[in-house]
Design a protein. Structure first.
Length: 473
């Protein structure tokens, strides 16, 4: 562009000199001045051209350098991507990406689903007030349960679960198991787990209808113990059988520990008759627990989970065996459900002592005012998580699920023929459950307690008020 301007200026100047008019008017001295001016302009323009050429060269050098850097970075990124693609996952050489999901807690899983890790937990925060009668029972507030755990898979046919409870400022093993899942319709569990006996006992505390399990359930069933259990089931039936030792918290006393054999089975009559799974349910079940104690035997019951024993046989020795029998019935018909169990304990004693027999039962019913249905799983013969139709929300207007419940129970630990008078406990309970979401629940119970003259405190009849804030993940 500058060269073109220079040429045009020179041409114009020459034409001006060549024209006759210019020849007549411009003197030789004037022409000399014009040539000098033109020479100075040409010199200035030449300098500018040189400067611009230098600038262009510098810019070209920068562009070349940047291009080389980009090419080098691209090669490095390609090398990193190739290296990342060739890294095998930690879960045993499975190619592909790791999957991460969140409902309601994070779950990390290999692409083929054979290896996984997921934390979980539950918190039950309770407050209990006793309207005392004969004895001063302690009213209090505490964390009834505060559990943390992890679960997942350890290959195609193995699963694990480890759960520890920090409730009431203690540390206790809950379910700590390794499960073999490679058999169709059956799982084999080994570790610290609940024996297959009792419907209410084997229903998670997150899903039971009352704040506390019934007194006969607490008196005649057992929490987690070390053992091996085989669990089989289909859409409308379940069967469990196992051999157990004692709970994992026992100290090494040098004595042999108890051995028990437990069996439980159930069927959903309506499901077997062709009713669709998830509709109306009629559950029937039975179980037996053969216990071979090496030490003392004791049965007792509390009016609430953190209260004092109000009936108690105390320790009695010389027991060869304890056989506990259980019968179950439950049903779901729309928003209404019912559940009940009967237990009988037969204690065989040696040394010429009379055998002892105790029993107990409970019956309860629930009704969802908001129309939900209590979920039932035929494969385990237990109830499961309630899912509100409209989770609670001030923004969206959801109410959650509201359920009213009632229960009657009786636990008799008196056997005059055997000389054991542990007392009889009768309870009437009412409550309301507010399921705000799938994982958050508020509960309130009132329990009328009636003991006989053989109770820990004769004829002690307090009224118990319980409330709970519960959440799990």
């Amino acid at each position: 562009m500058i060269k073109k301007t220079l040429l045009l200026s020179s041409a114009a100047f020459v034409m001006a000199i060549a024209s006759p008019a210019g020849a007549a008017e411009i003197t030789m001295e004037q022409m000399q001045k014009n040539f000098e001016q033109l020479s100075a302009q040409v010199q200035d323009l030449t300098t500018i051209v040189k400067q611009q050429n230098q600038t262009i060269q510098q810019q070209n050098a920068q562009i070349t350098s940047q291009k080389a850097q980009l090419e080098e970075q691209g090669e490095e990124q390609a090398a990193v991507a190739e290296a990342m693609a060739n890294i095998a996952p930690a879960a045993g050489g499975v190619s592909g990406n790791v999957k991460i999901t969140m409902k309601p807690s994070p779950k990390i899983e290999s692409a083929d689903g054979n290896y996984s890790f997921q934390p979980f937990g539950r918190v039950h925060l309770d407050a209990t007030h006793f309207d005392d009668d004969k004895k001063d029972h302690a009213s209090n507030a505490n964390f009834r349960r505060a559990r943390l755990g992890m679960k997942g898979k350890l290959g195609e046919d193995f699963a694990y679960k480890s759960e520890v409870d920090f409730g009431e400022e203690n540390v206790n093993f809950k379910e700590v198991t390794l499960t073999y899942t490679g058999i169709d319709s059956a799982d084999v569990k080994i570790g610290h787990l609940k024996p297959s006996f009792g419907m209410e006992q084997n229903t998670s505390s997150n899903y039971i209808e009352f704040i506390e399990r019934s007194a006969p359930t607490n008196a005649f069933t057992r929490d987690e113990e070390i053992g091996i259990n085989v669990l089989a089931g289909g859409s409308n039936w379940s069967l469990g059988a196992g051999i157990f030792n004692e709970d994992a918290g026992n100290d090494d006393t040098g004595d042999d520990e108890d051995i028990t054999v437990d069996v439980r089975g159930s069927v959903n009559i309506l499901g077997l008759a062709g009713n669709n799974v998830g509709d109306n349910v009629l559950h029937l079940g039975a179980g037996i627990s053969h216990r071979y104690p090496t030490g003392n035997v004791r049965f007792s019951a509390k009016p609430a989970g953190d209260g004092d024993r109000v009936i108690d046989t105390g320790n009695f020795a010389a027991a060869d065996s304890v056989h506990v029998y259980g019968a179950e019935a439950a049903g779901v018909f729309g928003p209404v459900s019912f559940q009940g169990e009967y237990f009988m304990a037969d204690v065989s004693r040696n040394g010429g002592r009379m055998d002892a027999e105790f029993d107990g039962y409970y019956a309860q019913a629930g009704w969802f005012l908001t129309g939900e249905r209590r979920p039932y799983k035929g494969k385990t013969g237990n109830f499961s998580r309630v899912k509100p139709k409209a989770p609670f929300s001030l923004k969206n207007g959801g109410l959650g699920a509201v359920e009213v419940v009632a229960r009657h129970s009786n636990t008799d630990l008196n056997d005059a023929g055997a000389g054991i008078m542990g007392g009889e406990l009768e309870q009437n309970s009412a409550g309301i459950n507010w399921h705000l979401t799938d994982y958050v629940r508020l509960m309130a119970n009132v329990i009328d307690v009636d003991t006989d003259s053989n109770g820990v405190v004769a004829d002690d009849d307090p009224t118990v008020y319980n409330v709970r804030a519960q959440w799990d993940f």
